[in-house]
Write a protein that binds this ligand. Structure first.
Ligand code: NAD
Ligand code: DAU
Length: 354
């Protein structure tokens, strides 16, 4: 079996659902259930003995030691993190606590466990750390996309905390020989994405008749990847990645934010037109920019393609259509995650109610 942390969140939940759809190898899901953790996303696994949910913190040494000793997973995949840049600007402390201190404690538990394994199990064991392209900082318009050797230049408390965790993971390989793998991925989108992030926020606000808040001039560029393609990349790296290596994962899909918002609006015009027959794009409102906002991210995903044969299955056009359709068909999930904490966040960030 494998131990997956943070698998009640957006990418972790998609990863577990895809994993169990393709193989029978059980998963222990260790998640703290912060505001971003939603067990409703794993509702389809209710009663499935292959999924064992454990409510807890990656920084809880006693709990993680016990889980590793009892279940002897052959791999740990670490998704658990505080993940929203805007929240890290309002309050960085949780980001340091989970992303840096939590990852450190998790590495310590894993190192002790790995060190105690018999040779056959030891050589097959893997610790896969899921990271982000944001650790590389920002690009100018003509700069080449980030490769794995690009210097780390994180600009937000979120990306700085992820960079720190990447460095710890790297050091545990270099110093102790722990068989680690790190993936640095671009912006994901797809089902079960918490509606504080750009794409799901635009979908739910549009349908609710609310403003669509675009930061600054809307010309910041992100490289978008359908979440299930990120999951297939992680499976491939776990299967064939070389310990100690990092792999960039991206969709070769660079787009300015305003184009993303206009695409979402056009799909909603087609799939769920406004009652007054006006266009959803009329709801777009330019708002104050994010402090320290990175202008452009772009991933060079040549290495994972060349060495491991991975490439994305979805184009942006197919992925975004599936995503908008998913939100239209899963209004109960959206309503369930728009809890008290969600309403508080929307009030704090946008000065409006959810
Ligand atoms: P998310 O915020 O949706 O989910 C995070 C999950 O981690 C939640 O279920 C939360 O309850 C859990 N968690 C938080 N702190 C924890 C702790 N101390 N112990 C155990 N569980 C804890 O995040 P996501 O978007 O699914 O991102 C998952 C990982 O992928 C993160 O490490 C993030 O940095 C990375 N990543 C995300 C993206 C993206 O576009 N979303 C892109 C690249 C990399
Ligand atoms: O690049 C990978 C990263 O992508 C991950 O590491 C992060 O966990 C993930 O949250 C995401 O970070 P971003 O900051 O790029 O994602 P977000 O959806 O918050 O914003 C995408 C872009 O849209 C960004 O340029 C800010 C802008 N934006 C966002 C929101 C929420 C808006 O213009 N308006 C908004 O209301």
């Amino acid at each position: 079996m494998i131990l997956v942390t943070g698998a009640a969140g957006f990418i972790g939940a998609n990863f577990v659902l895809d994993w169990l759809a393709q193989a029978d190898e059980p998963v222990i899901n260790l998640d703290k259930l912060t505001y971003a953790g939603n067990l409703q996303s794993l509702e389809s696994l209710k009663g499935d003995a292959r999924h064992l949910f454990v409510h807890g913190d990656i920084g809880d040494r006693a709990l993680v030691d016990k889980l590793l000793a009892e279940h002897r997973p052959r791999a740990v995949v670490n998704f658990a993190a505080e993940s929203h840049v805007d929240r890290s600007i309002h309050g960085p402390e949780d980001f340091i606590q989970t992303n840096v201190v939590g990852t450190f404690h998790l590495l310590e538990s894993v190192r002790a466990h790995w060190g105690s394994l018999p040779e056959a199990e030891k050589s097959g064991f893997r610790f896969l750390h899921v990271s982000t392209d944001e650790v590389y900082g920002t690009l100018g318009p003509g700069d080449a996309p980030f490769t794995e050797t690009h210097p780390y230049e994180p600009n937000s408390p979120y990306s700085a905390s992820k960079a720190a965790s990447d460095h710890l993971v790297r050091a545990y390989h270099h110093t102790y020989g722990l068989p680690v793998l790190t993936t640095n991925c671009s912006n994901n989108y797809g089902p079960f994405h918490f509606p504080e992030k750009l794409i799901p926020l635009m979908i739910v606000n549009a349908l609710a008749g609310k403003p669509l808040p675009v930061y600054g001039d809307g010309m910041q560029i992100r490289d978008w990847l359908y979440v299930k393609d990120h999951c297939s990349a992680i499976r491939r790296v776990l299967e064939a990645g070389k310990p100690g290596e990092t792999y960039n994962v991206g969709g070769w899909n660079e787009k300015p934010n305003i184009e993303i918002v206009n695409t979402v609006c056009a799909l909603l015009d087609e799939l769920s037109p406004r009652a007054d027959h006006k266009r959803y794009a009329e709801q777009i409102t330019y708002v104050k920019d994010r402090p320290g906002h990175d202008r452009r991210y772009a991933i060079d995903a040549t290495k994972i393609h060349r060495e491991l044969g991975w490439k994305p299955a979805e184009t942006f056009e197919t992925g975004i259509r599936k995503t908008v359709q998913w939100y239209l068909e899963n209004t109960a999930w959206v309503a369930a995650v728009q809890s008290g904490d969600y309403r508080n966040w929307i009030g704090k960030q946008y000065g409006t109610t959810a």
